[in-house]
Design a protein around this ligand. Sequence first.
Ligand SMILES: Cc1cc2nc3c(=O)[nH]c(=O)nc-3n(C[C@H](O)[C@H](O)[C@H](O)COP(=O)(O)OP(=O)(O)OC[C@H]3O[C@@H](n4cnc5c(N)ncnc54)[C@H](O)[C@@H]3O)c2cc1C
Length: 425
Amino acid sequence: MLSGQPSSAGTNWAGNVVFGAAGVHSPRSVAELQALVSRGGALRPIGSRHSFNRIADTTGHLVSLTGLPPVLEVDRPSHSVRIGAGLRYGDLTDALHRACLALPNTGSLPHISVVGSCATGTHGSGTRNRILSAGVRSLTMVTAGGDIMTADRGSHGDDYSGVMLSLGRLGIVTELVLELVPAFEVAQTVVEDVEEEVVEEQLSAILSAAYSVSIFTDWRSGRLQVWVKERVGRPGAWAGSPVWGGRPADGPRHPIEGMPPRNATTQLGIPGPWSERLPHFRLDFTPSSGAELQSEYVVPASEAAAAWQALGAVRERIAGVLQVSEIRSIAADDLWLSPTGGSPAVAFHFTWIPDKEAVLPVVAVVEQQLAPFGARPHWAKVFSTSPGELASLYPRMGAFRRLVTAMDPAGVFGNELVDRWIGLR
Ligand SMILES: Cc1cc2nc3c(=O)[nH]c(=O)nc-3n(C[C@H](O)[C@H](O)[C@H](O)COP(=O)(O)OP(=O)(O)OC[C@H]3O[C@@H](n4cnc5c(N)ncnc54)[C@H](O)[C@@H]3O)c2cc1C
């Protein structure tokens, strides 16, 4: 029995995608979810709707897991937490604090669902920090046949690396077990007025200067902001210098000019819990600008300086439709569809103005400039990289396609965009 009628499918967070799905089911139990899947028909899991493309859409119904009984079980001895799929990162903090544990890293905002983020390769910054799905120890999902399957690193061999970042294409994830580390404090400092030439020359040194570093540029002013998030007490910690020719900001800042600094997490080098410093934005406030599109491309770290120059060559095109760009570093992992699979990487992010017609031609220019560096697009953002190019960028794409065909032969969790990306259409 399914409880309630489906509600209307609505839009994504940014409002640029009106879902074509017939509606949203919100099962109240895993058994109800299994019954829904077993009934047949196209379904697609949806998280907190923060993706900027049609990755979550379907010709059938969306399935939201926010109605499932909440699961949040911290296991101190094994440094892990079991969570239900309805949770956002911001919902985990209190329980982790009480157990003196922490996630190693977060994305820029606590508003996003953990499962949706892990499905798309969401990441924060830090040369030693991997994407968030690389910290998933095990995953439980309802498969296309309506069965429950648990995949963990020990028992699923090579396929584990295909399952942990699967764009919602293999099943509806109901629970994750995440790896934790002992709780730590972070001090966040914004260094501003750093000249672009300095950043270009010292890009790798700046990105590895602290636990997590983000460089913000508008590609216009030539004066950049560097957001330095340092773990308190880390051996060799950044302690206020170097400032790369800039200066520490004398008050709180927002990465986007004109947006209120109170939306951002505490800065000025004041130490605080990891969960209140690693995200740029506070849970109770609008993240980023709120009216925007986003794109992001990941290049091997060894290509980052050259990629920066290539983007600089088209700065006027970029600046014309940009709110802000963010450059971050990410450690390598071994997940098949990970943008950082196989190599440490640097990500070039663009927060665009909310005008698709004006932005898409510039996205194409950015892709052309970054193509020589093997740039992999963020799965959840706006991009036009062709399926052929994606196949050449992801050596395990064929293995993922075979896994999809084996696990979901009828295409229950099919999605036009994803199926094109992975070569199923
Ligand atoms: C303001 C803003 C800031 C952002 N900052 C960052 C950032 O710092 N770093 C970064 O990497 N990205 C960032 N993103 C992108 C964001 O992390 C991704 O869009 C992420 O997927 C959001 O999770 P979600 O739950 O909203 O996903 P949704 O958009 O709801 O869904 C994304 C995908 O996850 C799948 N999915 C959702 N739930 C399940 C489930 N239960 N089982 C299986 N699959 C599921 C969906 O089918 C879909 O394919 C940002 C986005 C916004 C809007």
